[in-house]
Design a protein around this ligand. Structure first.
Ligand code: SMG
Ligand code: MG
Length: 369
């Protein structure tokens, strides 16, 4: 495939409400949108990194730099032989930077699929035409505020609630949500690495609340710690930040560090590696679900397609556009009976709204191929 141009654009979307995790609070979503132009198509993707390296080591300014100075030149060297399937191996000599690699692979894959008229879901092997939606609920200032938020999401039809937790905001919110909304509701928690093994007895106090899973309680590289914790608590452990590849997934599963995996394509370098994680987990009988990084419609479309694969058996953090944005970069994803529809058009299957994109753009640069 011959690429003519790569456009790199910094955009900022205001969030409809602040989103607080154990590592910090976001009031807007800033991202880098990449547009790949070929003779016959345009491919789009967005970078999952945030302005600060708090979720993982990547951050947007660093991504822009590594994309421009280290990744794109390696792709340019391939010339017309470049395909989406060659991106990961071509970029492998550059250590790390999975989110920077993912945005390039995804935009190139989108252009390639549009050239051949294939949808993301069709290419990846989606077997569902709609996927169940969960919602990730941030840490709040008070329990009543949290209960109001959860009540609102349940009224909209969300099929699963995930509570962000941290030391000091764990037992009380979980207890309050269970007491108010009952034991039937699918409920899980996400600590974003906020605990250590010394907290095991405290985390075991969550056992009676029958949570679906506890996501990433401890540091990303502490695989053995998670295996030890898994023996000390009854709640199933799900890894997010720890899993950057299918090899990581195989190791974590084999060591007993997790029994569920949150698959975020950006965290693992793209949709091709995400599918491999899906496959490895399926082979071990480990269920997976699709995570989120507050994506705009561009990233959401591809995530929803991935979530249509057969081993995505738990509702994902694939919420409707209005959970995040009053105005999305694409037509909004809307909740239909608690589900999002998997796009069927070529590539990501959604159109970027040019006027909205222009309004929200802070800077643009182009790399001619
Ligand atoms: O996209 O709905 C979403 C956000 C889901 O909680 C979410 N993501 O660790 O899983 C996670 C967090 C990381 C992003 S916080 C900005
Ligand atoms: Mg998480």
């Amino acid at each position: 495939m011959k690429i003519e141009n790569i456009e790199i654009r910094r955009v900022t979307l205001p969030l409809v409400r602040p989103f607080r995790a154990s590592f910090g609070t976001a009031t807007e979503r800033e991202t880098t949108v990449v547009r790949v132009t070929t003779a016959n198509a345009e491919g789009w993707a967005e970078c999952a990194a945030e302005p600060d390296p708090l979720y993982s080591s990547e951050f947007l300014d660093g991504c822009d730099l590594v994309i421009r100075d280290h990744l794109v030149p390696r792709l340019q060297a391939l010339g017309d032989r470049l395909t989406a399937e060659l991106v990961a191996t071509t970029l492998a000599p550059v250590k790390g930077h999975p989110m920077s690699k993912a945005v390039l692979e995804t935009a190139i894959l989108d252009a390639q699929l549009k050239e051949t008229g294939v949808s993301f879901g069709g290419y990846l092997g989606a077997v569902h035409d709609r996927v169940p939606a969960g919602v990730s609920v941030g840490i709040m200032d008070s329990i009543p505020e949290l209960l109001d938020a959860v009540a609102g999401y349940l009224a909209e039809g969300y099929l699963r609630i995930k509570l962000k937790i941290e030391p000091g905001w764990d037992l009380a919110p979980v207890r309050a949500v269970r007491e108010r909304f009952g034991s039937e509701m699918l409920l899980q928690v996400d600590a974003n690495t906020a605990y250590t093994l010394a907290d095991a007895r405290h985390l075991a106090l969550l056992d009676p609340f029958d949570l679906l899973l506890m996501e990433q309680p401890m540091a990303e590289h502490d695989i053995l710690g998670h295996a030890a914790l898994a023996r000390l608590i009854a709640t199933p452990i799900c890894l997010d930040e720890s899993i950057e590849s299918a090899r990581d997934a195989a190791a974590a599963i084999s060591l007993g560090a997790c029994s569920i995996i949150n698959v975020k394509p950006a965290r693992v370098g793209g949709y091709l590696e995400a599918r491999r994680i899906h496959d490895v987990a399926a082979a071990h009988g480990v269920p997976v679900w699709c995570g989120g990084m507050l994506e705009t419609g561009i990233g959401r479309a591809a995530n929803v397609a991935l979530a249509g694969l057969p081993n995505f058996v738990l509702p994902g953090d694939t919420s409707a556009s209005n959970r995040y944005y009053a105005q999305d970069l694409t037509a909004p994803f809307v909740l239909e009976e608690g589900h999002l529809r998997v796009p069927t058009g070529p590539g990501i299957g959604v159109e970027v709204l040019p006027d909205v994109l222009a309004d929200l753009t802070a800077s643009t640069s182009n790399i001619r191929f």
